[in-house]
Design a protein around this ligand. Structure first.
Ligand code: OOG
Ligand code: MG
Length: 256
């Protein structure tokens, strides 16, 4: 228990000071359940600082991300209200270590999604879907970590931006997704790159949520995972993620 507290504190410190630390899972032979306990203890600290849980994010739901980071299992992290940036607003670089952005799809739930939900139940629970950008910022040096490290680090969560909400189409599988940086195409993919169908990511989220000790309740936001590799942010950039038929999520990166 002591060890979990020490590691939770080290990660929280790295977050607050925007200073990277060395990965620790291997030295301490931690397993996935230990990692989710550390993640939730870190979230507990954020709640004590006045933040509120607003949803969940999925990680490694695309081959592009698995290859980029060398991790092949899906993971989840917890979203809080403090992580959300208004669409079109600016991201403060001072509070980050080495942030990257990635284009995603977000779900808003109108019903709880139980861990054993089938596709029809999960689809019926979706109130709306939106284009999204996730800003990830590993607390580990050089963005290098094992599966267990990244779970403990709340799946590298740092911030996210949502575009406008749309009714969920019956079929979510073939929506082109693009990331534009300063008006130029930087990455392109498809909603099908997210586990073949982003709805599968929601089903996986429901299962993982139980393991993580989070409930996927009505009102929650779920980030389905990146459709493309993540791209490192530079001061002053203007970032846009387009999802066909749904418009875009955008933000500016602050200048020092
Ligand atoms: C972990 C987070 C992965 C995604 O969308 O696949 C993720 C990382 O890449 O550092 O958010
Ligand atoms: Mg992501």
């Amino acid at each position: 228990m002591r060890l979990h507290d020490t590691l939770t504190a080290a990660l929280d410190d790295a977050l607050l000071r925007a200073t990277a630390i060395a990965p620790f899972a291997e030295q301490h032979s931690l397993n996935v359940d230990d990692a989710y306990r550390i993640q939730q203890a870190g979230i507990g600290r954020r709640l004590q600082r006045g933040e509120r849980v607003t949803g969940l994010k999925m990680g490694f739901t695309s081959v592009a991300k698995m290859q980029q980071m060398g991790v092949t299992d899906q993971i989840c992290g917890t979203l809080t209200d403090a992580m959300q940036i208004d669409n079109g607003a600016s991201l403060d670089l001072q509070q980050r270590i080495h942030p990257r952005c990635e284009p995603e799809l977000a779900f808003l739930l109108k019903q709880d999604v139980p861990p054993d939900a089938d596709a029809a139940t999960a689809h019926a629970a979706i109130a709306a879907v939106a284009p999204a950008i996730e800003i990830i910022d590993s607390r580990f040096r050089q963005f290098r970590f094992s599966l267990v490290d990244v779970i403990a680090d709340n799946a590298s969560s740092s911030a996210f931006v949502l575009g406008s909400w749309h009714d969920c189409p019956a079929d979510l599988t073939h929506l082109p997704v693009e990331l534009h940086i300063d008006g130029r195409l930087a990455q392109s993919g498809s909603s099908a790159d997210i586990l073949g169908d982003p709805l599968r990511s929601l089903l996986a989220a429901a299962r993982l949520a139980r393991r993580a000790g989070i409930a996927l309740t009505a009102g929650s936001i779920v980030l389905a995972g990146a459709a493309t590799p993540a791209v490192a942010l530079q001061p002053g950039q203007h970032i846009e993620a387009h999802v066909a038929g749904m418009g875009e999520a955008t933000f500016y990166v602050s200048t020092p």
